[in-house]
Design a protein around this ligand. Structure first.
Ligand SMILES: [Mn+2]
Length: 317
């Protein structure tokens, strides 16, 4: 913690990096960190290789996030947020050359500690670590920072419903609300601003749900053709796996989809069992109750591999 405070104080220019397929945690953390850097009078740029989902555009710095960085620019430090592995930033190798110290701030248990400085702790979210940083650096948390950190926490605790919603998280949330974060407004922005294609594709995915393991595991899948015909963007399918997990009696939920490049992306969620083990077995990673995999197609083959892995590993999960 001391090291990261020193690194932030010493550097004058920062490249703040989010992970591919950006979510509310990486974006909210970045936005809050940039509020801090701005107050310190530092120069910074925000980078994310993927499109920022519209639902997160209300955060203060979302509009300033770029998806390419001028190769002639130089930064004293790079800050990677919510990235368990440097591969989560697809252009990492090139970007790293433009930066001095690499600061890795993340809450994933399987973090590879790729930074020169690693502020890695198992917390609810990277947002919670940014909160810790504001405390350590004695920052006054203003409304924008509170909103950004609250959004990060809300995203990764799924609105304070996941098992990572600890008493500490609620205490922090209370302080953020006192500092100006509006839970009702943030919830509407993130969860009740669905687009028409998003609702349609959710319907399609739910219609196809199948269960295995005597009803304790459920999965669904979408082909590229189905996704295209609904007109849904990748980011508009982020709640499908959670919806499947909502089935009574289901512990493990899986959602497979065909990506534009033909790869198959799988989201895994669970109520109790360790789905990270399934993800690892198939070359993915993540958390015990929320993991992901990207594997080769075709989708039928990926689905069969996944089902077999769930069946084989079931008693160990
Ligand atoms: Mn996260």
């Amino acid at each position: 913690m001391e090291k990261i405070v020193k690194a932030i104080n010493d550097a004058n220019s920062f490249l703040v990096c989010m992970h591919v397929d950006p979510d509310g945690d990486t974006i909210g953390s970045a936005s809050a960190l940039c509020s801090m850097l701005e107050k310190l009078g530092k120069r910074f740029e925000l980078y994310c290789s993927g499109k920022i989902p519209d639902v997160y555009m209300f955060l203060k710095y979302s509009g300033k996030i770029r998806n390419s960085i001028d190769p002639s620019s130089r930064f004293d430090a790079m800050v990677a947020l919510d990235c368990a592995d440097s591969k989560r930033i697809p252009d990492y190798d090139n970007l790293e050359k433009l930066c001095g110290t690499v600061v890795n701030i993340d809450h994933h248990a399987d973090n590879t500690k790729f930074g020169d400085i690693n502020f890695v702790k198992e917390r609810s979210s990277t947002g919670e670590l940014i909160y810790d940083l504001t405390k350590k650096m004695k920052f006054h948390i203003d409304k924008d920072m509170a909103t950004s950190i609250f959004s990060a926490i809300v995203t990764d605790t799924r609105n304070f419903r996941y098992s990572n919603s600890t008493a500490r998280v609620f205490k922090i949330a209370a302080e953020l609300v006192e500092a100006g974060a509006d839970p009702h407004d943030i919830s509407i922005q993130i969860y009740e601003s669905k687009t028409n294609p998003e609702v349609k594709i959710l319907g399609k995915a739910l219609e196809k749900v199948e269960t295995i393991m005597g009803g304790e595991a459920a999965y669904t899948w979408l082909t590229r053709a189905e996704i295209n015909s609904a007109g849904a963007l990748d980011e508009e399918m982020s709640s499908i796996s959670d919806s499947i997990r909502g089935l009574k009696g289901v512990d493990v939920a899986a959602f497979l989809r065909e990506m534009p490049d033909g790869k198959i992306k799988i989201n895994l969620r669970s109520k109790q069992r360790n789905v990270q083990m399934i993800a690892k077995e198939l070359g993915g990673g993540g958390h015990q109750r929320a993991s992901g995999i990207v594997m080769n197609g075709p989708i039928e083959e990926a689905k069969n591999k996944l089902i077999k892995t769930i069946e084989d590993k079931w008693t160990q999960l």
